[in-house]
Design a protein around this ligand. Structure first.
Ligand code: AHG
Ligand code: MN
Ligand code: MN
Length: 344
């Protein structure tokens, strides 16, 4: 049980000490982000009362109906981050293109990619939702960030994290020195270290997938899911299916307890597999976190973090969580793809 009272500010400063060349820019970037998350948390917790329920009537670049809280979260993160002087460019799920830093503000050496509100379909029914962020270093010359600065493989991330707005608000992040979780104490407005050095179990007893789409899955995924049913996991427990429909909430539970989250591509048209989740601000940040916690993340065929992005909102199949479970899945997926059916 962690007894020390460690705020996220203290933790950020302590982690900065491990980088002798650190200028403190990254630390203040992260601090600004935590302010945005506190503001969003307050609104999420009163969404039922505020005017945020319901749809804006608009759609985002993906043709998804925009919930008012999506817009609020998107704008809150932008307004908290546009003037700090640490970023050269941003990109958000809720904006079709890259987001330039206003010319009146100093530009910095970092890139911020974010999903301001994940699990929006759950907003109106009071089910946990989240925010996800990924931080890269600028790699092009000149002060202004470009699309090229955003299209870097996940291995180039310098930090990644998510917030889950649930029964409590938790922020989990990594700067590639392990994974740590902080719980917001709304009385004092501080994120306090509650889950130091998170490690995910090698095997879990939970699988998370939208079974409603099982007819659209590739045969490897179908064989893998079938192989779990009625079986005991290496943890010695029968497998349970848990699916909230908010990636962050499903991921967070599996990270702490062990398990595997799967969102395979729809193979309704076998010639054109259609994945749903976005690489830059959903798959990559959560993949960095799960690998830093000892887990694994892949498309079934390829390590997520090694995918070289070609567009801002590109989608990928995502299977991540306990390393042993993901490895087992990959054998089913690749076996079926090469024509070798596997038994349970
Ligand atoms: P977002 O709200 O940012 O668009 O993300 C929704 C995603 C993800 O949170 C979740 O895992 C998935 O959509 C659920 O999709 P289905 O409803 O198709 O299962
Ligand atoms: Mn999302
Ligand atoms: Mn979203």
């Amino acid at each position: 049980m962690n007894t020390r009272i460690v705020t996220i500010a203290r933790h950020l400063v302590d982690q900065e000490k491990n980088f002798p060349e650190a200028t403190g820019e990254f630390t203040s970037l992260m601090w600004d982000l935590t302010i945005a998350f506190k503001i969003i948390s307050k609104e999420v917790n009163r969404a039922g009362l505020a005017q945020y329920l319901g749809l804006t009537g608009e759609e985002n670049v993906h043709g998804e109906k925009l919930q008012k809280l999506d817009v609020f979260a998107h704008e809150t993160i932008f307004r908290a981050m546009d003037h700090g002087g640490h970023l050269c460019v941003m990109a958000s799920e809720e904006d079709p293109g890259i987001i330039a830093i206003p010319s009146k503000f100093k530009k910095g050496k970092y890139v911020l990619l974010y999903d301001p509100l994940d699990g929006s379909s759950n907003i109106d029914v009071n089910v946990s939702i989240g925010s996800i962020f990924s931080i890269l270093r600028k790699r092009t010359s000149g002060p202004d960030g470009t699309l090229d600065d955003c299209l870097q493989p996940g291995t180039e991330q310098v930090a990644a994290g998510y917030v889950v707005y649930g029964s409590s608000t938790m922020l989990v992040y990594t700067t590639c020195q392990g994974v740590n979780g902080f719980t917001l104490d709304p009385e004092i407005g501080e994120f306090l270290l509650s889950h130091p050095h998170i490690k995910t179990p090698e095997y879990g007893s939970i699988y998370s997938i939208n079974e409603g789409y099982s007819a659209e899955w590739d045969s490897g995924t179908q064989q893998y899911i079938h192989s779990l049913k009625g079986q005991k996991s290496p943890q010695g427990k029968a497998y349970s299916m848990r699916y909230i429909g908010s990636l962050v909430a499903d991921f967070h539970r599996n990270l702490l307890q062990g398990g595997i989250f799967l969102y395979p591509a729809s193979c309704k048209d076998p010639t054109k597999p259609k994945p749903k989740l976005r690489l830059l601000y959903e798959a990559n940040p959560l993949s960095l976190i799960v690998e830093q916690a000892g887990g694994r993340s892949s498309t079934g065929a390829q390590r997520i973090l090694e995918i070289v992005p070609t567009s801002l909102h590109q989608r990928v199949p995502l299977v991540l969580g306990s390393a042993g479970d993901v490895l087992t899945y990959e054998k089913f997926f690749q076996g079926a793809a090469s024509g070798i059916a596997r038994s349970a």
